[in-house]
Design a binder for this molecule. Structure first.
Ligand code: COA
Length: 431
């Protein structure tokens, strides 16, 4: 094996020294979700007193996102491509920005210099014999950012699983910070009765041999509970989590029927516990690819019987889906929802499913609603929508008129709201 430590000795440095490469006015892109390099982000935040107007761009921040906290405004401006728990307050208070963008298109924002990148902060596994470092649990947009930037800084961490697919060569990294620390973990969510009922309705729509995309959270995990008797399922998803492991171990997910990448779990990022990270480590059946590949509707659509399963905050009578805003406040983002909705609609036998509880705010608000809340955005348009599922059943909206849609959606609304929804539909001339 090449002694890479000798060859790259001049690139190995402390986080403090590496982060000196950041200049005021720079745009810094950080690795996504559990792939975030915590040591590098901490060292960036430590430089706050010396820096002005540094834009920090990324998708979901799983760390504390201190650069977006009150008092950091002069030094850092966070630009969120998907608002998460750590950055929501800063965005709603106007101290941070949200830029809407399909997940599949984020690499092009960087490579086409729509958002020119100055510095990329990434986390990688130690190199293989040829000097390539696996991008581990976050392949998504990191390589695209690093290939367009002035400086690439990598935290090299032995805890980062060596996944196959996305990798970067040491030659392409400018600063290497050796720091081993366990990855950020996402614990499996609690699954309640409502999620279980939704899971059962969704599972009823999934045929043997289907390829699945599942999002994060209690609803996707509840779906998995009801798939134990299915055969030869496949995974082509932007991410997957621990929930998949039980089905893989039970031989339900074989990936055998996938038309492309046959036999492989395909994803662009992973969020879960150490059990998941151990499963994917050097696993030849797991193929991690950049998000402009995994989430490209033309790639997704090549799988027959592609089923995408995502969630939403509300759905109106026309079938317009809001999955990202509560009133005028940005709650999350489009992420890969529409990428997969459109991919599934191009797939022979494909289905896109939006699954959501029928109510929100402890049962006081119906999520099936005559109109989306004022100020909210449409995430999945009425032209794209296919199945909507609640704990009361499923509604197939494709090819249905607005009147038929309103009736079908009221049929899966919470019974406490059906009367008022029907009255409103009559007033709107839909019934
Ligand atoms: N009015 C008022 N409050 C509402 C509401 C509404 N219409 N809809 C939801 N809420 C409240 C809920 O009650 C909940 O608050 P609580 O926890 O205090 O009860 C909170 O907002 C969050 O809603 P919930 O439905 O629990 O959110 P979630 O964490 O399950 O996430 C999405 C759901 C839709 C936000 C999430 O799936 C998402 O961001 N989707 C878009 C991206 C995507 O699909 N990506 C592809 C897969 S990774």
């Amino acid at each position: 094996m090449i002694n890479w430590k000798q060859k790259y000795a001049n690139k190995i440095m402390s986080a403090e020294d590496a982060l000196k490469q950041v200049r005021s006015g720079d745009r810094v892109v950080t690795g996504h979700a559990c792939g975030e390099p915590p040591t590098l982000v901490r060292a960036l935040v430590d430089r706050a007193p010396e820096l002005k107007d540094v834009e920090v761009v990324h998708m979901v921040a799983m760390g504390p996102a201190k650069y977006a906290q009150m008092g950091m405004e002069g030094s850092f401006r966070h630009n969120s491509l998907f608002v998460g728990a750590a950055t929501r307050k800063a965005v709603s208070e106007g101290r941070a920005l949200h830029t809407p963008c399909f997940f599949s298109e984020i690499p092009r924002l960087f490579t086409w210099r729509i958002l020119p990148v100055d510095v990329t902060l990434m986390q990688v596994a130690p190199p293989d014999e040829e000097g390539f470092c696996s991008l581990g649990v976050s392949v998504d947009y990191t390589l695209a950012a690093s290939r367009s930037d002035r400086v690439t800084i990598a935290q090299m961490n032995k805890y980062m699983p060596r996944t196959l697919g996305g990798k970067i060569h040491l030659d392409e990294i400018d600063c290497i910070v050796e720091k081993d620390e366990p990855l950020i973990e996402l614990k499996p969510p609690a699954i309640g009765n409502i999620e279980k009922a939704i899971g059962e309705h969704v599972a009823a729509l999934i045929e043997d041999g289907s390829t699945l995309q599942l999002g994060i959270g209690a609803i996707p995990d509840a779906v998995l509970l009801f798939l134990k008797h299915k055969k030869d399922l496949g995974i082509h998803s932007e991410m997957f989590s621990d929930g998949i492991l039980t089905l893989a171990e039970a031989g339900v997910v074989t990936n055998k029927k996938k038309n492309i990448n046959t036999g492989k779990f395909v994803a662009t990022f992973l969020m879960g516990t150490k059990k998941l990270y151990d499963f994917v480590d050097s696993n030849p059946d797991v193929w991690m690819q950049p998000v402009d590949y995994t989430n490209d509707p033309n790639i997704i659509g090549q799988h027959d019987n592609m089923v995408s399963i995502n969630s939403a905050l509300q759905v109106d009578f026309m079938g317009q889906v809001n999955a990202e805003m509560i009133g005028p406040n940005q709650f999350s983002g489009v992420g890969g929802q529409l990428d997969f909705v459109r991919g599934a609609s191009r797939s022979k036998g494909g289905k896109s499913i939006i699954a959501l509880p029928s109510t929100a705010a402890k049962g006081t608000v119906s999520r099936i609603t005559p109109e989306l809340d004022r100020g909210s955005a449409v995430t999945t348009s009425r032209n794209d929508v296919h199945y909507i599922v609640t704990e009361y059943g499923s509604a197939d909206l494709r090819g249905k008129s607005i009147r038929e849609r309103a009736k079908a959606l009221i049929g899966i609304a919470h019974p406490d709201f059906r009367e008022s929804l029907t009255a409103k539909a009559k007033e709107m001339g839909l019934i």
